[in-house]
Design a binder for this molecule. Structure first.
Ligand SMILES: NC(=O)c1ccc[n+]([C@@H]2O[C@H](COP(=O)([O-])OP(=O)(O)OC[C@H]3O[C@@H](n4cnc5c(N)ncnc54)[C@H](OP(=O)(O)O)[C@@H]3O)[C@@H](O)[C@H]2O)c1
Length: 155
């Protein structure tokens, strides 16, 4: 399976770091284009490369880690038909961290409407970047990853 990452900031970069350490191939993308990611990918190992949003979105599994208000713009025009899309986002945003008004819906319901045809799993949204990229057994612990979604096979 190939992995795409949309958003190359704290969480997208940490996820790419973890994949790179495990030797898993991934394409990472941001809003400014692959050239802006040269320095980041040079630190992540040979399995991680920078690409366009379209390339990242075309992989078998796509993790999206973009600030809440920017998600609609980041996903517009991309095709995710029948692929697994991981929603790593929270509906709060720096610097105020004020919860967004979701109109009574869950954030993942709103996210899912932006990726029609995708099989959405919510995951990786509750770890800090350091926990996500670091050794899961550090400090004598065992890292726990919670995930949820309506598609059993995708989960
Ligand atoms: N930081 C945390 O501790 C943490 C933990 C768990 C979950 N989360 C969630 O993860 C998500 C990302 O947070 P973050 O801290 O990683 O954010 P961040 O460091 O600000 O990075 C955001 C990334 O999104 C990209 N982006 C913004 N607008 C875009 C667009 N229109 N098209 C494509 N890419 C776009 C940015 O690319 P450019 O720089 O090129 O614009 C950047 O690579 C948020 O939903 C947040 O709630 C964060």
């Amino acid at each position: 399976m190939t992995v795409g990452i949309i958003g190359a900031g704290n969480i997208g970069g940490a996820f790419a770091t973890a994949l790179g350490k495990a030797g898993i191939e991934a394409v990472i993308a941001n809003s400014r284009g692959p050239e802006s990611l040269t320095t980041l990918v040079s630190k992540l190992g040979s399995t991680i490369r920078a690409g366009s949003l379209q390339e990242a979105a075309a992989q078998d599994i796509v993790l999206v880690a973009v600030p809440w208000s920017k998600i609609p713009g980041a996903l517009a025009g991309l095709n995710f038909d029948d692929r697994i899309v991981i929603d790593a986002n929270n509906s709060i945003e720096a610097p105020l961290y004020r919860p967004a008004d979701l109109g009574g819906r869950t954030s993942t319901d709103i996210f899912t409407a932006l990726v029609p045809g995708a099989r959405v799993v919510k995951a990786f949204n509750h770890l800090t970047p350091k926990q996500l990229s670091g050794d899961p057994h550090s400090e004598g612990g065992g890292r726990v990853l919670f995930y949820s979604g309506n598609d059993m096979r995708a989960k």
